[in-house]
Design a protein around this ligand. Structure first.
Ligand code: HEM
Length: 503
């Protein structure tokens, strides 16, 4: 009875929201099955056509897409809507009950425990790790710097995997030199299976997914990933106990700085908090969930964003030259010096490029929340039981907030041009209490990698990436270019950079 009243109320409220026409019973399912590029293209054009709000039906499921920054603020800035949509369940096998997936009280507790690992004082120690990984990347890129087009993602995803594995667990998996170890194959296969589920809606329900051979494959790969994680946790815990006496001596010396330097990784920080008596103790399974969550949340997002940045620099040689000159001014001619935290802070031009790239190509183009009760947004009352999709991609291209929205113009982020902009008009890291906990980490990592690459190479556009209009966007974990983030490289030590030319 209550159910049928709720459904009737849902239909009544949904009828007031515009949206593309669907078929009886299945609704708009045909718009989202099949070719992912086509789905993305259709979704993007629907965002433009119906913005700021539109609805569509996937069978009995009602989805409402919102792009108005005021509506994003209403949803994101409210503790009532922190629980994620059931679409995120596909991340559970990998991330378990880690902070990305957890709901309610469990999420609040996890977030409180892991938040201190993301303050600048702690993150700053990672800059030298990011630089070492970026230099490995430069080594790999040097072999590709023959003017031929190649997909930068294939190199960069291994670089960001190296970086996140060291900073999260303190283990150098050296994916850039050997991407064939059992652990790397297993974690990449888990990523791939999760991606597949995200773009094939019929694999989203466990009931259908667990009938497929991929489910058996996932089970095997997860056992490899978990065994490795538990081994690392045991080792780090033993090290923590062994070093306890030394740590007490250093802390007695009242030198907090030394204490900070000794704390090397996210895992060590979490172990330390687990051993403390402030109610933050995590079991080994919880430690596993948090560490693997950081791998999932921090690897592909930064990999794709680094790739999009290289593409933007390749397509805008004047911007690239200005970025390069700024880097030379800050750090001098030697391209291999490690940036200090202050150097990174001074890279204002590069920072604007990264922000503008995140505006145009946010790694997470939308965010989902399930509503368990009705919600008033600017123009509509949204029914209980619907899924809200916050369309960051659409918000970032609203002409009323971003004149000439499809144009790449990093100077939009100059302080004087940002005055008065709605705080939720630019939310690549989401907003409110459930925003991205890793955003400072991401900025430091991307600035270090990109500055190191730009100081070594001039970047030119590669095959099928000679203009932004050519990009065929697709979305799974993150937004990517189907067909590759293709660039060409010319070493800068070969003299005057070549002018951008077509292939
Ligand atoms: C360019 C890089 C990145 C982008 C664009 C990005 C974007 C986002 C977004 C949009 C969310 C919210 C998702 C939602 O609510 O549905 C999120 C959450 C999260 N991100 Fe990031 N992220 C990036 C890098 C990172 C990194 C490097 C880490 C960790 C090292 C990280 C860790 C997390 C975690 C743990 C959450 C969940 C927070 C919570 O639910 O409380 N992210 N990220």
């Amino acid at each position: 009875m209550a159910y049928s009243w709720r459904r009737r109320r849902m239909y009544a409220l949904a009828a007031k929201i515009p949206g593309p026409k669907g078929l009886p019973i299945i609704g708009n399912v045909l718009d989202v099955v099949g070719d992912t590029e086509e789905t993305v293209r259709k979704t993007m054009s629907q965002f433009k056509e119906y913005h700021p709000t539109y609805k569509y039906w996937l069978g009995p499921l009602l989805l409402v897409a919102l792009t108005d920054p005021r509506d994003l603020e209403i949803v994101l800035n409210n503790y009532k809507y922190t629980d994620k949509s059931h679409f995120y369940d596909v991340f559970h096998p990998l991330g378990g009950e880690g902070v990305f997936n957890a709901a309610g009280e469990k999420w609040r507790r996890n977030r409180k425990i892991i938040a201190p690992a993301f303050n600048f004082n702690f993150l700053v120690q990672f800059v030298s790790v990011f630089h070492a990984m970026a230099m490995r990347l430069v080594g790999k890129m040097q072999r590709r710097a023959d003017g031929q087009s190649f997909d930068s993602y294939k190199l960069i995803e291994l670089c960001t995997l190296d970086a996140i594995a060291i900073t999260a667990m303190g283990v150098d998996v050296n994916a850039q030199d050997d991407d064939n170890s059992e652990w790397i194959r297993a974690i990449r296969r888990c990523f791939q299976i999760t991606r597949e589920r995200l773009v094939k809606p019929w694999l989203l329900p466990d009931a259908t997914f667990y009938l497929t051979p991929d489910a058996r494959d996932q089970k095997h790969c997860l056992s490899v990933v978990n065994k490795f994680a538990h081994e690392v946790i045991s080792r780090k815990k033993a090290e923590y106990q062994r070093d306890a006496a030394e740590r007490t001596r250093l802390l007695k010396d009242d030198d907090e700085d030394i204490g900070m330097r000794r704390r090397q990784t996210f895992l060590e920080l979490l172990i330390e908090r687990s051993e403390s008596e402030d109610g933050c103790a995590l079991t080994d399974n919880e430690l596993r969930d948090e560490v693997v969550t950081l791998l999932i949340a921090g690897q592909d997002t930064t990999a794709t964003d680094n790739c999009f940045n290289l593409l933007m620099l390749a397509l805008h040689q004047d911007v690239q030259e200005a970025v390069y000159q700024e880097l030379v001014d800050i750090m001098g001619e030697d391209p291999s010096t490690c940036p200090t935290y202050n150097d990174l802070n001074q890279m204002k031009h590069l920072e604007r490029v990264i922000k503008e790239t995140l505006r145009l190509y946010p790694s997470a183009p939308f965010i989902g929340r399930d509503l368990d009760h009705e919600l008033d947004v600017t123009d509509y009352r949204l029914p209980a039981g619907c899924t809200v999709l916050l369309g960051l991609y659409g918000t970032h291209r609203l002409p009323e907030h971003w004149p000439e929205p499809d144009k790449f113009d990093p100077d939009r982020f100059l302080p004087e041009r940002s005055v008065g902009r709605h705080p939720y008009a630019f939310v690549p890291f989401s907003g409110g209490p459930r925003n991205c906990v890793g955003q400072k980490y991401a900025m430091l990592q991307m600035k270090t990698i990109l500055s190191t690459v730009v100081r070594h190479f001039q970047i030119l556009p590669g095959k099928d990436c000679e203009s932004m209009e050519q990009f065929r966007l697709q979305v799974d974990f993150s937004m990517t270019v189907a067909g590759g983030h293709n660039i060409r490289l010319v070493p800068r030590d070969k003299g005057v950079p070549e002018r951008a030319r077509s292939l």
